[in-house]
Design a protein around this ligand. Structure first.
Ligand code: HEC
Ligand code: HEC
Ligand code: HEC
Ligand code: HEC
Ligand code: HEC
Ligand code: HEC
Ligand code: HEC
Ligand code: HEC
Ligand code: HEC
Ligand code: HEC
Length: 307
């Protein structure tokens, strides 16, 4: 079937060529043959291109105002000389013939100044040999030319993050309320782990502004790094905690200083001979220390984040 089609193409080829020349197609760069010529043999690819933003003449720097198909695929004259056999003579994006750097370079020839793409060189994706066409397809007509919607797009490769999304407590990413790219610059940026902020805390404050304070009584680990206690993607402990209280708290706070046992022979939960009432209830530090991110409360209550 394919051979037959190729035969059809080739036998009627001179007509196309003349047609495209007569249509007055601008042949801007050397060795290019113009989009009408490509369209004749690759109608499907033409259609998907025509449905994408790249075909829009109204955008000054679009491929439509440069070399059309050949803005990305390179000059096609040699391709035509070989009558298109096996893709010879033209740049193709499939892995076998081009490495990631070469592929991305095609896109970056126009997108190196696009906001959010301009830090591509700093990103982990580039360093890991990922190229634009791992996430984008130019020939689909989908929004932002993406191969799949988020988070499925990212889950193609990030299986461990997908696993974290299935945990009991998780940021509502798979529910579609938060996107991976709300928190990450998938093209690269200044943040560690490509987070879309200068630090983890700055990232969290974007949506959880009330945790920024200022508080009269601050809890040092909160100011320092939210990730000391929280996992960003998912956790089997409630509220995305990396561990369960009291263990979470006792990683830093001495259990002996603030007894974990509600009763001793001298003290009961309700009161005691010594008057000490700072006993834990159901081992839940948070039952009493509920303002764990900081407090405006007065005196000892505030200082110790007690309600
Ligand atoms: C005379 C018909 C014809 C014209 C005109 C033509 N091609 Fe092709 N092209 C082919 C054939 C045939 C193949 C081989 C298809 C295959 O092996 O599946 C091919 C292969 C390709 C491939 C690689 C496909 C692959 O999987 O290897 C690309 C990319 C491509 N053409 C782009 C273009 C562009 C861009 C133009 C315009 C500059 C163009 N073609 C003009 C017939 C043509
Ligand atoms: C000849 C220049 C040029 C080349 C080459 C080019 N682009 Fe574009 N692209 C543009 C312009 C212009 C726009 C529209 C304005 C913008 O968003 O920057 C655009 C828009 C986009 C968009 C946004 C789509 C949307 O719906 O908003 C994506 C994604 C994109 N390009 C990806 C790519 C990829 C991937 C490549 C390489 C395979 C590529 N571009 C090659 C010029 C180019
Ligand atoms: C890891 C996946 C991934 C890779 C690799 C990738 N992109 Fe994107 N790109 C995205 C996603 C996701 C969006 C949509 C962002 C959003 O909706 O917030 C996007 C958006 C864009 C946009 C539109 C920007 C805008 O603000 O509208 C352009 C242009 C673009 N990408 C170009 C590129 C270029 C060029 C490359 C290669 C140098 C590339 N992308 C590599 C995932 C990727
Ligand atoms: C903005 C860059 C861009 C433009 C413009 C563009 N393509 Fe492509 N083309 C790609 C990328 C990237 C792929 C890889 C597969 C994908 O993303 O869908 C591709 C794939 C192809 C393929 C399959 C072979 C391969 O390389 O995997 C053909 C054939 C093709 N394009 C033809 C065309 C034709 C014909 C036009 C013009 C009508 C055109 N392309 C315009 C970027 C472009
Ligand atoms: C609420 C913000 C947020 C969302 C949404 C988010 N991430 Fe993250 N991600 C982070 C933070 C914060 C880190 C850790 C940064 C650090 O360790 O300094 C991180 C780290 C990562 C890492 C590095 C490896 C690791 O496990 O630490 C990968 C990969 C990653 N995220 C992928 C994703 C993917 C894929 C999605 C979407 C399914 C996603 N992230 C959604 C905030 C987020
Ligand atoms: C084609 C596979 C692929 C896709 C699709 C993909 N990634 Fe990645 N990503 C990688 C690889 C490979 C690494 C490097 C892994 C490593 O260093 O362990 C990486 C690393 C990351 C990191 C960690 C950066 C660091 O500094 O450690 C983040 C964050 C990330 N990707 C986010 C995303 C997001 C968000 C998406 C979806 C928009 C996405 N990725 C889609 C392959 C992919
Ligand atoms: C893009 C916005 C956004 C960013 C950035 C963000 N979050 Fe969230 N966060 C949400 C949303 C939405 C929810 C769900 C709220 C709800 O269901 O009421 C949530 C819920 C939470 C929860 C409660 C989870 C549960 O199981 O109830 C914690 C804890 C949390 N986020 C911590 C963080 C931390 C730590 C960071 C920084 C690494 C962060 N968030 C960054 C949007 C965000
Ligand atoms: C010392 C450990 C610790 C640190 C550090 C920490 N948290 Fe929390 N966070 C908790 C605990 C414990 C809970 C559960 C509170 C509860 O169940 O009543 C929680 C709950 C939350 C919740 C969900 C309930 C609510 O109060 O809205 C959000 C959102 C949250 N934290 C965001 C943050 C942000 C943002 C940061 C960094 C600025 C941060 N946390 C730093 C321990 C911490
Ligand atoms: C990463 C270590 C760390 C973790 C985890 C941690 N804290 Fe703290 N916490 C501190 C530091 C440091 C201080 C400041 C001590 C000081 O000012 O003397 C503090 C202060 C406090 C104070 C006030 C003490 C005082 O005398 O002013 C209380 C109460 C407290 N934390 C409770 C908790 C609870 C409850 C948890 C668990 C949800 C927790 N902390 C988790 C490090 C931590
Ligand atoms: C029944 C309520 C209650 C519970 C449960 C509780 N606390 Fe307290 N905690 C207090 C009160 C009240 C204070 C104020 C000091 C005082 O009045 O003696 C305090 C003081 C503290 C202090 C500062 C003084 C000191 O002893 O160092 C820390 C730290 C502390 N608690 C940590 C914790 C941790 C960690 C847990 C969980 C293992 C916990 N608390 C469980 C009520 C409680």
């Amino acid at each position: 079937m394919r051979k037959f089609l190729v035969f059809l193409f080739l036998s009627s080829f001179p007509i196309f060529l003349v047609g495209s020349l007569m249509s007055g197609e601008t042949q801007s760069s050397e060795g290019t043959v113009g989009i009408a010529t490509c369209k004749a043999c690759h109608p499907k690819y033409y259609e998907s291109y025509a449905a994408s933003i790249h075909s829009k003449k109204a955008i000054p720097d679009s491929p439509a105002n440069k070399d059309g198909c050949e803005s990305c695929h390179g000059p096609g004259a040699a391709h035509l000389e070989k009558m298109g056999s096996g893709g010879a003579g033209i740049f193709i994006f499939s892995k076998k013939l081009a490495d990631a750097e070469q592929k991305s370079a095609r896109c970056l020839s126009c997108h190196s100044e696009t906001p959010r793409i301009n830090f591509w060189d700093m990103g982990r994706h580039r360093a890991a040999g990922i190229s634009c066409d791992n996430c984008h397809t130019v020939h689909s007509g989908t929004p932002k030319n993406l191969k799949a919607r988020q988070p499925d797009l990212c889950f193609i490769c990030h299986l461990s993050i997908r696993a974290q999304q299935n945990k009991q407590s998780h940021h509502p990413i798979k529910e579609g309320k938060v996107k991976c790219t709300d928190c990450h610059d998938s093209h690269g940026g200044f943040g560690t782990k490509m987070i879309a902020a200068n630090s983890a805390n700055e990232l969290c404050y974007k949506c959880h502004a009330e945790k920024r304070g200022p508080f009269f009584w601050e809890h040092p680990p909160v100011e320092e790094n939210c990730l000391t206690c929280h996992a960003p993607h998912g956790s089997n402990h409630s509220k995305l905690l990396i561990d369960k209280p009291p263990k979470l708290c006792q990683a830093c706070h001495d259990a002996a200083g603030h007894p974990g046992t509600p009763y001793t022979s001298f003290e009961t939960f309700r009161g005691s001979a010594t008057g000490s009432k700072n006993r834990m209830f159901a081992r839940g530090c948070l039952n009493c220390h509920s303002n764990i991110h900081g407090s405006m409360g007065p005196s000892t209550r505030g200082q110790t984040f007690v309600r």
